[in-house]
Design a protein around this ligand. Sequence first.
Ligand code: LLP
Length: 421
Amino acid sequence: MHHFKYKNSRLYCESVSIEKIAKEVGTPLYLYSYKTLISHYRKIKEAFKSLNPIICFSMKSNSNLSVCRALLKAGAGLDIVSGGELFKAKRIGANPKKIVYASVGKTAVEISNALKAGILFFNVESIPELVLIDKLCAHMGKRATIAIRVNPGVKAKTHRYITTGTRNDKFGIDEDTTLRIFNENAKFKYIDIIGIHIHIGSQITQAYPFLKAIRKITPLIRAIRKAGNRIDYLNIGGGLGIIYNNEKPQTASDFARAVTPLLSKLNVKLILEPGRFISGNSGILVTRVLHVKKSLSKSFMIVDAGMNDIMRPSLYGAFHKILPVIRGSSKTEKRKFDVVGPICESGDFLAKDRELAIAREGDFLAVMSAGAYGFSMSSNYNARPRVAEVMVINGKYYIIRKRESCQDLIRGEVIPKVLLR
Ligand code: LLP
């Protein structure tokens, strides 16, 4: 359920006309519905009520300060993956005791800053990382709490770039090594190993791979405890799939119903790291048709948003619905179009061979389900300023990130004097 709906053939975000926002703010723009965002967070919270987990919103899906702040206010924690995300989390006053930090490669500076901030724990992905954290703790006079990210060797049915739990992926540590690390915790004087983390991939539409992964780590948790070690936390990552087109993903409550019986036996505090499930359908990308062009074999709609603004179609062949902001009548002629951006690459497309109502120059289109991994993966490629972000809250719209200017494009660049002579 989301709050981007037609009223009298005009697309609205909650009660605000998207055409009005597009005209006033300009395009392209990312547009978020606060109501949708919070309702998705609450769906997970409600579904897992009996286990009372910490729900750490995965900032990589959308790290806009207002998006994250809205979720913090609703009670969420944060899943971070970099010093930059830690900086942003601190900027919005996040409770460090609800921050978990995962990444296969954390630098000494990033680790030190997270130690200073006092985060709940690091999800650690290798022995050299443990050694580094221990060394930094000794230097800083701090203790670190950590969870080991286990690679359970489970293949999730999703795009090959976003499956993360198979033995060939760079993520996590195998079960035997994990057990050994727990048993040898004393080797690391400044580290308390207190949890297990798994994350098997993203846009997973069924409960089955999650169940498989939890079943695989259950004997490991028992073995770790049997050897006299403590496990307080189990972090089962994110990965819940959403509807982009005609997927039929499990709902949050289906998912909770499937995994709760396994989890409730484990006597651990549960952590969840959903990103896309919360932010995905809470945002859209609004773009304007620049030209409509026919080649010998195809029709193109050339729009003002490109692969630098939304990378998912080009990178993963991902499907995003494209809707006209003002819908014509049912008689409006349709045709197959490639919807493409202005970037100088053939891979710059938002949709291929998509049947769409014939649009005219200046028409606005909504690229749906773009709230996760949309703006957060955008870039300045082709020296294109990054677009504005807007959020509708209680019937009003707010610019939550200004459109970049050309000055922003050169911020930090320095021309050495020798080149100016
Ligand atoms: N936890 C960890 C450790 C992760 O690596 C991820 C995502 C998440 C949580 C959140 O996963 P989610 O609930 O959003 O599925 N750019 C890709 C998705 C990459 C996901 C990376 N890791 C896309 O646009 O589909």
